[in-house]
Design a protein. Structure first.
Lengths: 219, 219
DNA sequence: CGTTGCATGTAAGGTGTTACATGATTAC
DNA sequence: GTAATCATGTAACACCTTACATGCAACG
């Protein structure tokens, strides 16, 4: 009962639902998709980042415990945040490269972000697409099932390597202690996940062996 | 680089994209949202289930390692599956209760499902909304941060209890060995998650103590 | 000379959610 | 009497993705 429900939207009251805040007081954080808060959060660490920078940052940090939005999505959210007054932007001239638009969090943005942090966290979302296939194992060829799980293991390996890299790179910096904490947590979690995958493979093999007596597989 | 990308859609070729299969040979599984396969998968275990039944089933199994679709969504997917010929339905009369429409997987449905199982699993999706808040800990009050994590722990506790219940209930049944395997896996994973949350709380406390010297919190 | 990185954005549309409507029966 | 369970469905729409367009600079 915990996993599904969502980021409570503003009650649907038929009016075209104006996105601009109805008054100046930012008391409670207005309903925004988590992506917007995540992008704003990235800008709370470093100023003058471009959409392109933010995408790279997201890939190098958010990705390990949340997920990384599409680049085009980041640009869209940035424009929304600017409309709300949560970020300001300016064009940074680069003589060697193309000019870029860099963003900076505003006072109002910091306050809104802090207010959002005080709201109750949405439930964790886990969609384990490999497990879903294992769950339907009675319809699959044991060897192919195994291959799917091993493919998943390879992905975890890669993700873990990346997360470890990120954890090392993040070391030492004062202001980044919380992201560090989370990155280390992500590493530990991926390690445990890999252990579980190992057990899963063993279970799978046992199951395949035990039913190989009257093996009546089509195809 | 693994977490984001998605269920590769059929290449966008401008034509209105007919959903009905273009010919009779079901060779490759047509692109369908995972939810559709999950619903079809539920029907591969038991026949003559109503939309209502399926929702309950999803809540009692899928939920622990995937997620549980909204009831209205299940009804929509069932109609799509029937249009595709993957399920058939009939009205089951009930004299005590309202009549209901029950569904059954067809031959074509089983084959399409098996074909889908042979496709490469989509990457695992994890959106850890509590960790996202911890990640932004420098903007939060330590006590409130702790409360958020404890709230998450309570949710995990509840989910774990439910998963354990499901694991017990599923025991013994021949045809359900794979779902059992997955449910047990989900239980183990939730247990590990709870351990990690404990560690996280300890880390958080350490961090809060170490920085309580020049505590300069706004508000 | 093709690919990769930098850099931004539009358009289309799929996936899934909430809100709500409806209505009967059983349980407290 | 009122809440919960059974049972199905429509409408609106938020969220996010892919495909694609554009263009320059550097690298091999």
């Amino acid at each position: 009962m915990a996993q599904t429900q969502a980021r409570d939207k503003t009650p649907r009251d038929k009016t075209p639902r104006d996105k601009t805040p109805r008054d100046k007081t930012p008391a409670a954080a207005p309903a925004l998709p988590t992506t917007a808060w995540a992008v704003l959060g990235l800008l709370s660490f470093e100023r003058d980042l471009s959409g392109y920078d933010l995408k790279k940052w997201a890939d190098a940090s958010l990705r390990f415990f949340y997920w990384s939005p599409a680049a085009s999505h980041i640009y869209t959210e940035l424009r929304r945040l600017e409309r709300l007054g949560y970020v300001s932007s300016r064009v940074a001239r680069q003589d060697d490269l193309r000019n870029k638009r860099v963003y900076r969090i505003t006072r109002a943005g910091s306050e809104a972000l802090a207010a959002w942090l005080r709201t109750e966290p949405e439930p964790t979302i886990v969609k384990h697409n490999t497990l879903l296939r294992v769950w339907l194992g009675h319809l699959a060829d044991p060897a192919e099932l195994r291959a799917a799980v091993e493919h998943h293991r390879a992905e975890l390996d890669e993700l873990l390597a990346d997360a470890r890299g990120a954890a090392e790179r993040a070391e030492g910096d004062e202001a980044w202690r919380y992201p560090q904490l989370v990155t280390r947590w992500a590493v530990r979690r991926l390690e445990l996940d890999l252990e579980l995958v190992g057990e899963l493979l063993a279970d799978l093999d046992r199951l395949a062996r035990s039913s190989s007596g009257r093996r009546r597989r089509s195809r």
